[in-house]
Design a protein around this ligand. Structure first.
Ligand code: DCP
Ligand code: MG
Length: 429
């Protein structure tokens, strides 16, 4: 980690001044956030994660909230999406039921999520990442891996300093903060970015990897969740250090491919490269209801709405899909997916919707649903999509009508056109 005994000169995370002398504070600006490490200028793989992302965006947009505990989340089934670091002092955490969060921190300001805004800010952060290196692999809306090997000449700085400059730029230009983990592999870069949040900058080098990991719980390892940790615990394994002493074949015999992963990651061996994510394999839209719905007639307009969203995205991205997928989640959290392959690929809301309701009809047997979604897979170029339908003259007319509606939407915005199916039906979503 950020070792103070390092012989290599470090730098200040806040003002970037070089730190030749030892000492706990920056010689130039007095900040205690010094980055020092013997391997500092040899490491190139970073994980960047925004701090309390949704809450930071809301604080940025309303300075009155700056020092207040802020929770993002809500709705009737309300759970906490995220809490700012002030609210976390009171024990509020992501995924906690809202009533519990408010028991822990009654004075918290609760704000419903504004996804559109967060997606936009997430994209801005990502665009800035892509100025550092083309090798950016996003993991979620607010985090990504970056490979900065070979960018030294471009930035005239080693990756460590380029990353610190990036963090400063995000703070100044976007108005939120990030934490950075720098290492030689994905696993430890991700672990590092979490070590000193918020505004963290942590380094884990090759030399210390094994000793750093040894005392940590097995849940530090990617892919070891609560259930698997319980299995390991039943076998007497709690720390990564215990895994380090075990034989790989023994671990594989016990836990299959996961055993190999445990063996390798516990020793800090992780060969995964940073790569660009595959292009989308499907396009879909879904919604969760405030109150469960079981009636077909009530679900139909929702499906119409979602189909329109999917079609709109397909058209905007200039792709089509040939298999329609209906996804549902029952009130007791069981998932159902139903597929139907179409004769030709489509971009049309109407075809997606009509296929969707056929699939839906068989599922509406009184079961209560908490979520419904629809999408298309088998994505392809749209040139072969939606040939004029010789048998069904009506469908040709509907396609023409849809094209006219699209034009209106492009001109006046997405919400301007409602069909008979969707008119006035958005209250329960
Ligand atoms: N999120 C959510 N529900 C969860 C976890 C996260 O809706 N159970 C959302 C809200 C977060 C965002 O995703 O702001 C990013 O998730 P992170 O896990 O990175 O959490 P934060 O960025 O909020 O906090 P941290 O500073 O710990 O990264
Ligand atoms: Mg985050």
């Amino acid at each position: 980690m950020t070792a103070n005994s390092a012989k290599t000169p470090g730098f200040c995370r806040d003002c970037l001044a070089e730190q030749k002398a030892e000492g706990r504070r920056c010689a130039a600006c007095g900040s205690p956030r010094l980055v020092r490490h013997d391997e500092l200028y040899g490491l190139t793989l970073a994980h960047i994660d925004c701090d309390a992302f949704y809450a930071s965006v809301e604080k940025r947009d309303n300075p009155e909230l700056a020092d207040k505990p802020v929770i993002i989340g809500g709705g009737k089934r309300g759970v906490v999406s995220t809490a700012c670091y002030v609210a976390r002092i009171y024990g509020v955490r992501s995924a906690m039921p809202m009533f519990k969060a408010l028991e822990a921190c009654p004075q918290a300001v609760v704000i419903p999520p504004d996804m559109e805004k967060y997606v936009k800010v997430g994209r801005e952060v990502r665009a800035m990442m892509q100025e550092l290196t083309p090798l950016v692999q996003p993991l979620s809306i607010d985090e990504a891996f970056l490979e900065l090997g070979g960018t030294e000449r471009l930035h005239n700085d080693p990756p460590a300093r380029t990353l610190a400059k990036f963090a400063r730029r995000v703070e100044k230009e976007i108005g939120i903060t990030v934490s950075i983990g720098l290492s030689y592999c994905k696993f430890l870069a991700k672990v590092a970015s979490d070590l000193q949040k918020p505004r963290g900058f942590s380094v884990i080098g090759r030399e210390e990897a094994v000793s750093f990991l040894a005392p940590r719980p097995v849940t530090t390892i990617w892919g070891v969740g609560k259930a698997f940790a319980a299995t390991l615990e039943a076998d007497g394994i709690r720390t990564i250090g215990q895994l380090q002493t075990m034989d790989e074949t023994d671990l594989m015999r016990r836990y299959g491919t996961m055993g190999q992963r445990l063996s390798r990651l516990s020793r800090g061996i992780d060969d995964r490269d940073v790569h660009l994510n595959d292009p989308a394999k499907s396009v879909s839209a879904e919604t969760t209801f405030f109150d469960d719905i079981s009636r077909y007639e009530e679900l139909v307009p929702v499906l119409r709405n979602l189909s329109e969203k999917v079609a709109w995205r397909l058209k905007k991205s200039d792709i089509a899909g040939q298999t329609v997928v209906l996804k549902m989640k029952t009130a007791d959290f069981k998932s159902r997916t139903r597929n139907r392959k179409l004769e030709d690929p489509t971009q049309l809301a109407d075809r997606i919707f009509r296929t969707g309701i056929e699939l839906l009809r068989k599922e509406t047997d009184g079961t209560k649903f908490r979520l419904i979604g629809i999408g298309v897979t088998d994505l392809c170029d749209p040139t072969r999509a939606d040939p004029p339908d010789l048998i069904d003259v009506q469908s040709g007319r509907r396609a023409a009508a849809e094209a006219a509606m699209d034009k209106l939407r492009d001109k006046f915005g997405k919400g301007t056109v409602e069909t008979g199916y969707t008119f006035g039906t958005k209250r329960n979503q």
